[in-house]
Design a protein around this ligand. Structure first.
Ligand SMILES: *Cc1c(COP(=O)(O)O)cnc(C)c1O
Length: 427
């Protein structure tokens, strides 16, 4: 099936007489007839539902659709994108381990690595995503457990060369984790370029209507953990918290997701409500139509902003523009050469003008959210990144005048008209 059909038909497969929509199984618990039946579930000897923190039919159906969309073997839903990235890394790295991450990533993920995981004893080195393979490889240490990047960085818009990062990771014998939130699998399937694990904030385009917070981890099933039995002892060696079970021996290609469920979800929680999974699935049913319209609108707005260069606009960054340094890479990695509906630009007049401009917008709203059906705008220097100095902002690839613009599904003519009046009003 093509990706368009998978968006509509993937996941829940009703049998005769069952509901066409995935039922919202709003139950914490599931009934069994004998003590032994339940014991086999606890031993992971039999598959079945027993407690929603570990597995739930609604959540599983939606995870199955996302696994199919990404071309992976298994997926797990989480209660947020933050939880997805936390689990994706904690499933591989322990205290005393090392992670390499692109320096151009979502602020929440930066804090996760630089502050919270650091407190747990996991060190991260950040690398310039545009650096050459040799420079990135030089950062690898014997205790490196994974390399992490974002297909399209939020908010900077930097495009990750997935093939380059995968080659460095595989040479080092570690998996590449890619956060594919912005392009979604409709525009980019990172596994096809060598990513081993794919994560999502499903809060963004996958849901698309700002209705639920959620996340997902997809395993390609391609990484050979048993080739490095010491480095990935957590997956290969017997797990004392599961009666000495080896995840790779017992679950083969599903070892990584099974371990994430059996250990991390068991111990840390962060399961989504089945109701949220249901809402996410409604979003997925039209994802293929929406994300293309978001991207087409972004290209139209980026081209309009270019006509203002030298006047109101200081710079425009969208990988779909011919003069973007990521144009060739975008054509290699993204269907139709367009990354997503988010673009960034700066106003002539710097930080103060950017603020005046945003305050003058009428239809386009100032919200923290991004990748929503309604166009919205954010000024990282005043909002998400306001604790940073101008110098720290530049190092993170976020100039102080940067406006992050998320093109919605409105007519591009109406979006451009609102921008036009705000330019005039903010002079
Ligand atoms: C929003 C976002 C996250 C965090 O997701 P939440 O659902 O808000 O927890 C992670 N990565 C990227 C790229 C994001 O845009």
């Amino acid at each position: 099936m093509t990706i368009d059909t998978l968006c509509v038909q993937g996941g829940w497969q009703p049998k005769r007489g069952e509901p066409r929509q995935p039922p919202i199984v709003q139950s914490t618990t599931f009934r069994y007839e004998t003590t032994q039946q339940m014991a086999d579930l606890f031993d992971l000897k039999a598959a079945g539902y027993f407690y929603t923190r570990l597995a739930n039919p609604t959540n599983d159906a939606v995870a199955g659709k996302i696994a199919a969309l990404e071309g992976g073997v298994a997926a797990m839903l989480t209660s947020s994108g933050q939880a997805a990235n936390t689990f994706a890394i904690l499933n591989l790295a322990n205290a005393g381990d090392h992670v390499i991450a692109s320096a151009q990533i979502y602020g929440g993920t930066f804090n996760l690595l630089a502050a919270s995981l650091k407190k747990l004893g996991i060190e991260t080195d950040f690398v310039d995503p545009d650096a050459d393979a040799q420079t990135i490889a030089a950062v690898v240490k014997p205790n490196t457990k994974c390399i992490f990047g974002e297909t399209v960085a939020n908010p900077s818009g930097a495009v990750l060369d997935i093939g380059k990062f995968a080659a460095v990771a595989h040479e080092a014998g570690v998996p590449l984790i890619v956060d594919n939130t912005f392009p979604t699998p409709v525009l980019c399937r990172p596994i096809e370029f060598g990513a081993d694990i794919v994560t999502h904030s499903t809060t963004k385009y996958m849901d698309g209507h700002a209705a639920q917070v959620g996340g997902c981890i997809v395993d390609s099933g391609n990484f050979d953990w048993e080739k490095y039995p010491e480095r990935f002892a957590g997956l290969v060696a017997p797990d004392p918290s599961y009666h000495g079970l080896s995840y790779t021996k017992a679950f083969g290609k599903a070892a990584y997701i099974t371990k994430a469920t059996a250990q991390l979800m068991r111990d840390y929680g962060a399961i989504p409500s089945p109701f949220n999974a249901f809402i996410l699935n409604l979003g997925l049913e039209s994802l293929h139509l929406r994300i293309r319209r978001h991207a087409e609108n972004a290209l139209a707005v980026a081209k309009y902003l270019q006509t203002r260069l030298g006047g109101d606009v200081a710079w425009v960054n969208y990988a779909g523009l011919e003069d973007s340094k990521y144009y060739a890479l975008a054509h290699k990695q993204f269907a139709g050469g367009l990354p997503c509906g988010v673009l960034t630009f700066g106003l002539a007049g710097g930080r103060e003008r950017s603020v005046r401009f945003m305050d003058a917008l009428k239809m386009i709203e100032i919200v923290t959210h991004v990748a929503d059906a309604r166009s919205c705008v954010l000024h990282p220097a005043s909002h998400t990144h306001r604790q940073m100095t101008d110098e720290q902002l530049r190092e993170a690839g976020i100039p102080p005048d940067l406006v992050r613009f998320s093109c919605g599904l409105e007519s591009s003519a109406d979006i451009i008209a609102d921008l036009e009046q705000a330019f005039a009003a903010s002079k």
